[in-house]
Design a protein around this ligand. Structure first.
Ligand code: ATP
Ligand code: MG
Length: 243
């Protein structure tokens, strides 16, 4: 909690909220009237495996990681309907954005949410049993309708993961940006400064980039230690691009 006007947080309205037609209700609870927070950015995202795995990187290796990735990519709720596999990603801005939205979201586990905080968003969630091939319940997935950044540091990491600077109006950008002087292309998990057939132009000279992203791109291109993965930079540039 930093108590500043430019405080920001990332909210994801997850596929179960869309499937249950709760989007409008969730947005109402998070409205400026109720929270004092404003929209700084929003987009509809068909979540790639790359973006999902980066977003939930802290959970990599845990038993619930594979079902969590299937959930956030929309595969759990819409296995055969790619047209419906999406989330609504929103940046909210205003004083104490992170704790304000976490409080309205409520506890992670919907059962706990119902017991401890009836009326919070996640009290409307469900626990979905995961069964093995013999029908035995071996795990449960927590379908809890929204994601909300847990700390200011997490919010910064997540907003930079999902949004490019120019997805957010200039006077609402909360983190340092820089103009790139170099070209960067991406293909098959690799970065290059020259275009090769089938590569994706991520950043061109003159583009405004998150300063921390540019440092990562420079470090990877120059073969020096980098403070983040290539995927953590590239994923947002590939949002909604099917290749
Ligand atoms: P989120 O990051 O989605 O806002 P959170 O910060 O309250 O939720 P995390 O610990 O970051 O909770 O977990 C991320 C997501 O992983 C949860 O929203 C939930 O869907 C799932 N999850 C967390 N813990 C478990 C668990 N023990 N079993 C199954 N799923 C879990
Ligand atoms: Mg979390």
């Amino acid at each position: 909690m930093s108590g500043k006007e430019l405080d920001q947080t990332l909210v994801l309205i997850k596929p179960d909220a869309l499937k249950n037609s709760l989007t409008g209700y969730v947005l109402s609870l998070l409205s400026e009237f109720h929270t004092g927070l404003r929209f700084a950015g929003t987009k509809i995202v068909h979540v790639s495996k790359m973006l999902a795995e980066e977003h939930y990187a802290e959970h990599r290796g845990k038993h619930f990681f594979p079902p969590l990735i299937e959930y956030i990519t929309g595969l759990s709720h819409y296995p055969d309907e790619p047209i419906k596999q999406r989330v609504v990603a929103i940046v909210y801005q205003g004083i104490d954005a992170v704790p304000k939205i976490r409080a309205i979201a409520g506890p992670t586990n919907p059962l706990v949410a119902r017991e401890q905080k009836p009326g919070c968003i996640r009290s409307l969630g469900t626990l979905f049993p995961i069964k093995d091939k013999d029908g035995q319940i071996i795990d449960q997935r927590m379908d809890n309708l929204i994601h909300a950044s847990a700390t200011d540091l997490e919010a910064e990491r997540e907003i930079k993961l999902w949004f490019m600077p120019n997805d957010i109006p200039p006077y609402m950008q909360g983190y340092a940006t820089k103009k790139s002087e170099r070209h960067f292309y991406f293909k098959d998990g690799k970065l290059s400064e020259d275009h090769v057939p089938g590569s994706f132009c991520i950043v061109a000279p003159g583009d405004i980039v998150w300063e921390s992203d540019l440092a990562i791109l420079h470090a990877i291109a120059d073969g020096t230690p980098s403070k983040g993965t290539l995927e953590s930079v590239v994923a947002k540039y590939l949002v909604n691009q099917i290749r």
